[in-house]
Design a protein around this ligand. Structure first.
Ligand code: ZN
Ligand code: ZN
Length: 333
C-alpha cells in the first residue's frame, strides 16, 4: 500500500515524509483494518514529524484524524460491519485496567498508545485500530467534513466539559485556532454568550461570524466578567489576564500541551474559589458525545484538501499559517 513514511524526524521544510510502498497491515485479534478515505493534518503531526514529540515509533505513518471504512475484522471483533464508516482519533488504545482507566480518565493512562505517534496512523491507504477505540461517524458528515472533528473538535468539546460550562453562561476563549472555532459553535448551541480574545483580525472576524458577542485582544477589558474561560494559546502570561476577568467560583481551563511559564501573580486573582485546570487530549466518551452533537448543530468545518503525496506540503503550509480551517489529505479517490 502507499504510505507517507517518517524514517527520521526533521525540519518539515526538508520534506522528511517519503512516499513509500509498504505491506498492508493486518488486523490483530480485537482490531479492525480500516481503508483510509481521508486523514486530517494536525499541529501535533508537525511536532511529531519535526521531533519535538520524542517517542514516535519509527518508521512511522503519522496522522490521527482518520475517516475510512472497515475493510477486515480481526478475531473476536463484532462491533462494526464490513464497509461501515469509522473514525480513528489520537487515543489509539488504553490499558483498561490501571487506576486512570478505571476512573474514566483513560486519556491519562500511562500505557496509552497514540495514533500516528506511538501507533501507526492514517497517512496511508490502510491502518488498524482496536475496535473499541474506533468511533462511528454520523451520516450527516462527508469524510472530509468529519476529519477535523476527530481532533480539534473532540478536544475542544472536552475543554468545554472540563470548564464546567452551563447553559446560558458567559465563556471566554483565549486564542482562536481550529479547536476554539469548533468550541464556540457548541457554546452558542448551549445559548452561552462567548467573548473571544485574539489579536488576529482574521480570527476576530471568524469568531464574530460564528457568534462571538465581543472580540478583542487579551489585554483589553471585555464588557463583563466571565463564568468560564478556556486558554488555547501556549502563552503562560494569559493565565493572570484570564483570571482577572473570571468571576468568583469560575473555572479556567488550559488546553495546551506546553506553555511558556506562568508569571508570578497575586493570590487575589485565584482567591474566591476560582479553579485552574488543564486538558490532556480526550477520551472515547468525549468522541462519542461530541460527534452526534456536532451533527445535530451542525458544525461543518472549513477544510483545505491535499493529495496523500502532498503530505509534506500540507505540513509546511500548516507551519507557515497558510491553511484556512483544517488541512485534510485525500487518500482514496
Ligand atoms: Zn490533533
Ligand atoms: Zn490504563
Amino acid at each position: 500500500m502507499r504510505a507517507e513514511l517518517l524514517n527520521q524526524p526533521a525540519e518539515v521544510n526538508s520534506n522528511p515524509l517519503k512516499l513509500a510502498d509498504i505491506p498492508r497491515p493486518e488486523a490483530a485479534p480485537g482490531e479492525i483494518l480500516v481503508q483510509v478515505h481521508v486523514c486530517g493534518v494536525c499541529h501535533t503531526d508537525l511536532h511529531v514529524v519535526e521531533g519535538e514529540l520524542r517517542e514516535a515509533s519509527l518508521p512511522l505513518v503519522p496522522g490521527h484524524q482518520i475517516v475510512g471504512t472497515v475493510a477486515a475484522n480481526g478475531d473476536g471483533v463484532m462491533r462494526f460491519k464490513l464497509g461501515e464508516r469509522v473514525g480513528i482519533p489520537w487515543l489509539h488504545e488504553a490499558c483498561g485496567i490501571c487506576e486512570f482507566c478505571q476512573r474514566g480518565q483513560e486519556n491519562l493512562c500511562p500505557w496509552a498508545r497514540f495514533t500516528g505517534y506511538t501507533a501507526q496512523g492514517g497517512y496511508a491507504e490502510y491502518t488498524t485500530v482496536p475496535e473499541k477505540f474506533a468511533v462511528p461517524i454520523p451520516a450527516r458528515f462527508s469524510d472530509v467534513e468529519a476529519a477535523p472533528l476527530l481532533c480539534a473538535g473532540i478536544v475542544g468539546y472536552r475543554s468545554l466539559r472540563l470548564s464546567d460550562l452551563q447553559q446560558g453562561e458567559r465563556l471566554g476563549l483565549f486564542g482562536y485556532g481550529g479547536s476554539a472555532d469548533l468550541c464556540i459553535q457548541v457554546a452558542r448551541h448551549w445559548h452561552c454568550e462567548v467573548f473571544v480574545f485574539t489579536r488576529s483580525p482574521a480570527h476576530q472576524e471568524l469568531a464574530t461570524k460564528h457568534g462571538a458577542a465581543w472580540v478583542g485582544r487579551a489585554e483589553e477589558n471585555p464588557p463583563s466578567n466571565l463564568d468560564r474561560a478556556i486558554i488555547f494559546a501556549p502563552v503562560g502570561s494569559l493565565v493572570p489576564l484570564a483570571l482577572g476577568h473570571l468571576r468568583k467560583g469560575g473555572t479556567l481551563c488550559i488546553n495546551a500541551i506546553h506553555t511558556s511559564p506562568i508569571p508570578e501573580m497575586p493570590y487575589d486573582l485565584l482567591w474566591g474559589e476560582r479553579t485552574i485546570r488543564t486538558v490532556a487530549n480526550a477520551t472515547r466518551r468525549d468522541a462519542e458525545e461530541f460527534l452526534p452533537l456536532a451533527a445535530e448543530i451542525p458544525i461543518i468545518p472549513d477544510t483545505q484538501l491535499f493529495d496523500l503525496d502532498q503530505a509534506n506540503q500540507a505540513l509546511q503550509a500548516l507551519k507557515h499559517g497558510q491553511i484556512n480551517g483544517t488541512a485534510v489529505l485525500q487518500v482514496r479517490h
